[in-house]
Design a protein around this ligand. Structure first.
Ligand code: 13P
Length: 254
């Protein structure tokens, strides 16, 4: 059984003081969580204070990006060793904003995914089509290309620790969530691809998240879909009450 996973991607928001206030509130709201993994991914500058504030809590830390080398002359970059040093367990890789604004390619994203696995960080590989690609009927080939590119040269046993996030670009920050059926169709396609890549058992072990305008009012319908194992939340993860409601999606209480 795949354990549900709810991830907050804070993007480029929150000073250290704001971050501490946010996780203090979250900690209180999520004191009772069970049966679900909860991860927050602050900007690099706030990871340390968030780690300190979360000590003894069940909420886990992640980062939003990293370099693939352990160290080196790469001005402005942050390495997997630095992230594990701060207590990170997850890292978001290949987010569409990084592909779109920072020129990230499948090749470099693949280097990062492999580096994350080597350093015992669970990679959250983001894939998803633009509105134009969906309109042209190219959703599946685009997602397949990003998936196979990002996961190339990874053996099935390493793959099991990987998380895939389906984030249709047209649903990010727009308020236009994919319908549960639209998301479920692509999740099933991703699951099939993972099975072809790594074998059925390994494919079935991978958690596939949905991301794009996830809110308290659509979380329950999304999580009711069998192939949606959790969500990657942007805007609503900065609002403690909304994020806590998302974590408390109805399946947990069944
Ligand atoms: P929103 O939830 O703000 O649409 O962002 C989604 C996202 O990009 C999460 O990584």
């Amino acid at each position: 059984m795949r354990k549900p996973l709810i991830v907050g991607n804070w993007k480029m928001y929150q000073t250290t003081a704001q971050a501490v206030a946010l996780v203090e509130r979250l900690r209180a709201l999520l004191a009772e969580i069970a049966g679900v993994d909860v991860v927050v991914c602050p900007p690099f500058t706030a990871i340390q204070v968030v780690a300190e504030t979360l000590q003894g809590s069940r909420i886990v830390l992640g980062a939003q990006n990293m370099h693939w080398e352990g160290e080196g002359a790469y001005t402005g970059e942050v390495s997997p060793v630095m992230l594990t040093d701060l207590g990170c367990h997850y890292v978001i890789l290949g987010h569409s904003e990084r592909r779109q604004y920072f020129g990230e390619t499948d090749l470099n994203i693949n280097r990062k995914v492999r580096a994350a696995l080597r350093h015992h960080l669970a990679p959250i590989l983001c894939v998803g089509e633009t509105f134009a690609e969906r309109e042209e009927g190219r959703t599946f080939p685009v997602v397949e290309g990003q998936l196979r590119g990002g996961l190339s040269d990874i053996p099935p046993q390493a793959g099991e620790g990987t998380v895939v996030a389906y984030e249709p670009v047209w649903a990010i920050g727009t308020g236009h969530t994919a319908t549960p059926e639209q998301a479920a169709t692509v999740h099933a396609f991703i699951r099939k691809q993972l099975g072809e890549l790594w074998g059925e058992a390994a494919g079935l072990a991978v958690r596939i998240l949905y991301g794009g305008s996830v809110k308290p009012d659509n979380i329950d319908a999304l999580m009711a879909e069998p192939d949606i194992d959790g969500v990657l939340v942007g805007g609503a993860s900065l609002k403690p009450d909304a994020f806590a409601r998302i974590v408390h999606f109805e399946k947990v209480h069944r």
